[in-house]
Design a protein around this ligand. Structure first.
Ligand SMILES: [Zn+2]
Length: 455
């Protein structure tokens, strides 16, 4: 075992402000909205003048950038989605005709394959990149990261937009360890060697890594120095029960982050209050819409996230339908910040299960399973169609030391599921370590419903 290192020395007097950009972060709602409107108008002009795609779309809709007089006017402009990005990129290689700068101004690209294979490219100018890293530093600062920290960034660096977020930690002065995605034994070695005080990974992996450490005789609470874990990529980081399990394993605080492969590595992150994720509202404008009707939903209600970049010059995204079901608040946070907060990512529009007409997300089930100490927290949803009706089975594992009869456990979860989601499910309680352990992006849904009329 490594000797415990002394704390990281910091040169000079570190800022003791809770804010990275105090004036911006605490401005009034009116100031945020005025700023958004001004940025949006300039951004629409830039897109219309420089991107063949937007010029065509706006002309076809009979719209000009000047038609945006209020924030509400944005809803008249057409939306687009990932399929459009893919199609326009194939039509006009390399960057697609949503790009609004010539390739020589592009200095960085990320790419993401999504589920259908062809990677879509997200370009940045040097200025876009610099601005992005500055607000990543701001998000990290809000989560309590400081120059005194040793920060291990355990995300993929290969064209993945989450990779460069490490530069935000570096910008604020933390010792930044570009760990990447390495086997868990190697990552544990890195965490011990550098006595990392902060770590970024996915929620499933934080859980898995903590359990792996314990199996190898390393107690993360005692043998490692990690006090903050940033997580993203799955809803788990905003599910209190999941966060609690990871925190118990590590003796660390978990901060949820939200990023998008075609936009920015992190668009929002939790402050020390950890009640919602502060949105980088000076870079991305948010709409939350009913996925069926397209009408805006009330604050706090669930709807599809539609976002608009405000200053990313290389490729503006105007009314990009993300496919995530989210909820937001504009209430002032107890930390003093006034930016919009993402209250939760409740699932993908695609993951939204409709069981006999009732909407349910895997995250609804996750919260219930992880709240019950007699379960290990692992789960899987199996959806089948029996006699032309949808049937949901929830598979869970009981803990090795649980004394409760299995039938009682199943009945208890069945009752909670019915009460919370309105869906009647079959619950199967399995022995511990039966379900496949997810390492990175967890696949916990097995939808076996095929064609409508399979018998
Ligand atoms: Zn806050």
């Amino acid at each position: 075992m490594n000797a415990i290192l002394p704390p990281r020395p910091v040169r000079g007097q570190a800022s003791d402000s809770p804010y990275w950009a105090p004036v911006l972060e605490t401005q009034s709602r009116e100031a945020w909205d005025a700023q958004t409107l001004a940025l949006l108008r300039a951004h629409l002009r830039h897109a219309y003048s420089n991107s063949p795609y937007y010029r065509r779309r706006f002309d076809a809709a009979g719209l000009r950038p000047e038609d945006l007089r209020t924030l509400e006017d944005l809803r008249h402009f057409p939306t687009l989605d990932k399929a459009v990005l893919r199609e326009r990129q194939e039509a006009v290689p390399l960057l697609g005709d949503l790009a609004a700068v010539p390739e020589e101004e592009v200095v960085y690209v990320s790419a993401s394959s999504g589920s259908t294979g062809v990677p879509t490219v997200s370009p940045f100018t040097a200025h876009d990149f610099e601005e992005w890293i500055d607000f990543e530093a701001r998000l990290f600062w809000a989560s309590g990261l400081r120059p005194v920290d040793r920060y291990a960034h355990s995300l993929n660096f290969s064209l993945f937009v989450g990779g460069p977020c490490v530069l935000g930690a570096q910008k604020l002065g933390a010792l930044s360890i570009h760990a990447g995605t390495v086997p868990s034994e190697r990552l544990l070695t890195i965490l011990r060697q550098f006595q990392a005080t902060a770590l970024w990974t996915t929620p499933s992996y934080a859980w898995y890594l903590g359990e792996t450490a314990e199996k190898e005789g390393i107690d993360p609470r005692r043998d490692l120095a990690v006090k903050r874990i940033f997580v993203a990529g799955e809803p788990g980081g905003s599910i209190p029960e999941t966060r609690q399990r990871i925190e118990d394993l590590w003796g660390a605080r978990v901060y949820d982050y939200y990023g998008l492969s075609d936009v920015f590595g992190a668009c929002a992150g939790m402050c020390e209050e950890r009640h919602g994720l502060h949105w980088a509202e000076d870079h991305i404008h948010v709409e939350v819409l009913d996925p069926v009707t397209g009408a805006p939903v009330a604050e706090g209600e669930r709807g599809e996230l539609v976002l608009t970049t405000l200053r990313k010059r290389a490729r503006p995204l105007i009314r990009f339908r993300v496919g995530d079901i989210v909820s937001f608040t504009t209430e002032r946070c107890a930390c003093g910040r006034t930016s919009k907060r993402l209250l939760g990512v409740h699932g993908r529009v695609d993951d939204m299960l409709i069981i006999r007409g009732v909407n349910i997300f895997p995250s609804d089930v996750e919260a219930l399973v992880r709240k019950d100490p007699d379960f290990t927290g692992e789960y899987r949803l199996v959806v089948e169609r029996k006699d032309h009706l949808d049937a949901l089975t929830v598979e869970v594992e009981h803990r090795a030391n649980s004394q409760v009869p299995l039938e009682t456990l199943a009945e208890r979860l069945r009752g909670h599921l019915k009460a919370v989601t309105g869906v009647g499910a079959r619950v199967v309680v399995l022995p511990p370590d039966t379900l496949p352990r997810a390492t990175h992006k967890a696949k916990r849904l097995d939808d076996r419903r095929g064609a409508v009329w399979t018998a």
